[in-house]
Design a protein around this ligand. Structure first.
Ligand SMILES: [Zn+2]
Length: 275
C-alpha cells in the first residue's frame, strides 16, 4: 500500500497542479528516506528546477524535471503527496519530509508518518536502468494475456507471489493480488508453472478489472492512504476477500480462510471457489 490505483489517483490529482511550475525553495526535514542522492544534491538539483511532468511507474510517483533528472517518490505504507495553496499550519507540518515551495507561493509536500517511503533522484541513464528493472504496466493496452503469461512463466513460486513481483508486473500489491485471485477463482498458493493458459487469461482479466475499478473509486483507504486532495479512497467498501478472513464468501457463503503461509502477508481466499 499504496498500490497502482492509489498512486495513480494521487498523480492524476497533483499533476495538473504541479506541471510547468518552478520550484523556488526546498526544505528537506528528514534524510533517512533518501536513496542514491545526498541531501545537498537533492536540494541543489530541485531548487530553481521546473517540474515538467508528473507520472506514475508501478507504485511510484515520478517527477520529471527540466534539468532531465527524475525525482521518484515511493509513498509506501504511510506516505502522502499533497499540494497546499499557502504555508502549512503547525499540525500540517507534522510528519513532513519534503516541502517544495513553488514560485507562486504554493507548496508541494511529501509527508510520511513512519517514513517507510523513499525519495530517489536519477539522471536519464539511472532512470532507464530503474524503469527497465520493473515489469509492464497492467493498465497499458500492450499488456495482453500473452504478455502476462510470458512474464510469469518458468517459475514454481506461488502465483500470488509471482503477480506481486514488481520485476514481472508493475503495481500489484497484496490487496489487489488477493482480490484478483478471488475474481479469477484461483488458489493463491498454486505454483505458477501449474497455472493453465485459460487460468492465465482469467487472472489477467481479473487484475486489469480490479485495478480499473479501484482507480474509479480513488483507491482503498484502510488506514493512512489519502488521495492527492487529502480525501479517503472508497474501494475498501468493495473488497471481496482482503480483510474478510473468517467472514462468508460473497460467492458461495463458505467461511473465507486467512493465512500468512504463502508470503508472510495476509492472504484471504475461499477454499471452495478458488482452485
Ligand atoms: Zn466461495
Amino acid at each position: 500500500m499504496p498500490e497502482l490505483p492509489e498512486v495513480e489517483t494521487i498523480v492524476r490529482e497533483i499533476a495538473p497542479r504541479l506541471e510547468g511550475c518552478r520550484i523556488a525553495q526546498v526544505q528537506l526535514r528528514k534524510t533517512d528516506v533518501l536513496r542514491e542522492v545526498s541531501k545537498a544534491r537533492l536540494i541543489k538539483t530541485l531548487t530553481g528546477n521546473t517540474i515538467e511532468q508528473v507520472t506514475r511507474r508501478a507504485k511510484h510517483a515520478v517527477f520529471r524535471l527540466s534539468s532531465g533528472h527524475r525525482m521518484i517518490i515511493q509513498p509506501r505504507m504511510t506516505g502522502s503527496l499533497l499540494v497546499y495553496d499557502g504555508p502549512l499550519t503547525r499540525s500540517e507540518l507534522k510528519y513532513v519530509v519534503l516541502i517544495c515551495t513553488l514560485t507562486d507561493g504554493r507548496q508541494f509536500v511529501y509527508r510520511d508518518v513512519r517514513r517507510l517511503g523513499t525519495i530517489w533522484l536519477l539522471d536519464e541513464e539511472g532512470w532507464i536502468a530503474y524503469t527497465g528493472r520493473i515489469g509492464p504496466e497492467p493498465l497499458e493496452e500492450s499488456f495482453t494475456p500473452f504478455v502476462f503469461a510470458d512474464r510469469l512463466k518458468g517459475t514454481r513460486t506461488a502465483v500470488k507471489k509471482a503477480i506481486m513481483d514488481q520485476r514481472r508486473i508493475a503495481g500489484v500489491g497484496n490487496i489487489y493480488a488477493n482480490e484478483a485471485l478471488f475474481d479469477a477463482r484461483l488458489d493463491p498458493s498454486k505454483p505458477t508453472n501449474r497455472v493453465s493458459l485459460e487460468e492465465f487469461a482469467r487472472l489477467h482479466a481479473a487484475i486489469v478489472d480490479v485495478l480499473r475499478r479501484a482507480l474509479a473509486s480513488s483507491g482503498t483507504t484502510l488506514r493512512d492512504y489519502r488521495t492527492g486532495t487529502g480525501d479517503r479512497g472508497r474501494f475498501q467498501f468493495e473488497l471481496r476477500v482482503y480483510g474478510r478472513g473468517g467472514e462468508k464468501c460473497r460467492n458461495c457463503g463458505r467461511k473465507l480462510v486467512m493465512t500468512h503461509r504463502i508470503d508472510l502477508r495476509q492472504t484471504v481466499f475461499c477454499g471452495r471457489c478458488q482452485k
